[in-house]
Design a protein around this ligand. Structure first.
Ligand code: CAA
Ligand code: NAP
Length: 247
């Protein structure tokens, strides 16, 4: 298969790690982008090497900050070459019922989860179009599709990613660049383990498959959309949610 350069944000989180591993297993060269304040990067790298993933290229930057992203992508291109596959995965939650949500909690989620998609995609999409090949994969959420009480900020950002995906897919369809979203259900990562135990149990009970997703089940979905044979799939939102919700 053709070896491509993939750039994954939030690479050291639960989903990011699985996405990096899946793309590497598919033969791609992977740039793992992490938050500058993440102080366990050496531990993460050692764990990856111990698991057989020895070739990750590391760059750091704040996805919510355009200047930081410009510098980070330039460093990645210098180290790895032009980026063929962009995975917009970094994200946060600041869950509160809307009545109690303050503007800081709203802004933090919109900046990190949605404005980041502008910041990253802006660096790579025109160059992908010039080269005639690209894959942009946005990690949205089931809660962007169905809405979730306590997550007006997050649901707005994740739904925004889907609208962005559909619009940019049309702009780039004739240029060999596909733009797709994945809407995972609840996955066993740090983000979900932060939910109060009784609430989380209620969520799991409501999933027809009665379990959380494994991170590698999302990693596989990314690798599928990045494949050469996914070249006719664009503007799609792939639900990977154990039957929790259908569009
Ligand atoms: N729908 C409607 N009303 C609800 C509700 C629901 N699902 N859940 C709670 N409420 C109501 C309660 O009845 C309560 O009403 P009263 O004040 O009239 O009694 C009020 O909202 C406050 O509820 P809580 O006691 O739960 O409020 P809290 O401040 O303790 O907690 C919360 C609020 C943090 C948002 C909490 O409800 C929560 O964690 N909910 C889960 C949110 C969620 O699913 N987050 C996903 C995070 S992981 C992720 O985002 C990954 C992904 O993409 C899937
Ligand atoms: P996670 O383990 O908390 O990972 C999130 C990653 O994003 C972390 O590595 C975090 O770095 C990074 N990040 C946060 N803010 C950043 C910033 N400003 N700049 C750069 N990196 C930043 O969560 P996850 O579950 O893997 O989530 C990954 C993505 O999947 C998110 O977009 C999330 O919304 C989405 N998602 C998750 C689920 C789920 O159930 N877990 C479901 C649907 C969608 P630090 O830890 O250093 O801050």
């Amino acid at each position: 298969m053709t070896k491509r350069v993939a750039f994954v944000t939030g690479a050291m989180g639960g989903l990011g790690t699985a996405i990096c591993q899946s793309l590497a297993q598919a033969g791609h060269k992977v740039v793992a982008a992490y938050h500058p304040q993440f102080d366990e990067k050496d531990v993460w790298l050692q764990e990856q090497e111990a698991a057989g993933f020895k070739d990750f290229i590391m760059v750091s930057g704040d996805v919510a900050d355009l200047a930081s992203v410009e510098a980070m992508v330039a460093e990645a291109e210098q180290k790895a070459g032009p980026i063929d596959i962009l995975v917009n995965n970094a994200g946060i939650t600041r869950d509160k019922m809307f009545a109690k949500m303050d503007r800081g909690q709203w802004d933090a989620v919109i900046d990190t989860n949605l404005n980041s998609v502008f910041n990253l995609t802006k660096q790579v999409s025109a160059k992908m179009a010039e080269r005639g090949w690209g894959r942009i994969i946005n990690i949205s959420s089931v809660n962007g599709v169905k809405g979730q009480a306590g997550q007006t900020n997050y649901s707005a950002a994740k739904a925004g990613m889907i609208g962005f995906t559909k619009a940019l897919a049309q702009e780039l369809a004739a240029k060999g660049v596909t733009v797709n979203a994945i809407a995972p259900g609840y996955v066993a990562t740090k983000m979900v383990m932060a939910i109060r135990e009784d609430i989380l149990q209620g969520i799991v009970d409501s999933v027809p498959m009665k379990r959380l997703a494994k991170p590698e089940e999302i990693g596989f979905a990314v690798t599928f959309l990045a494949d050469e044979l996914s070249g006719f799939t664009t503007g799609a939102t792939l639900n990977v949610n154990g039957g929790l919700y259908f569009q």
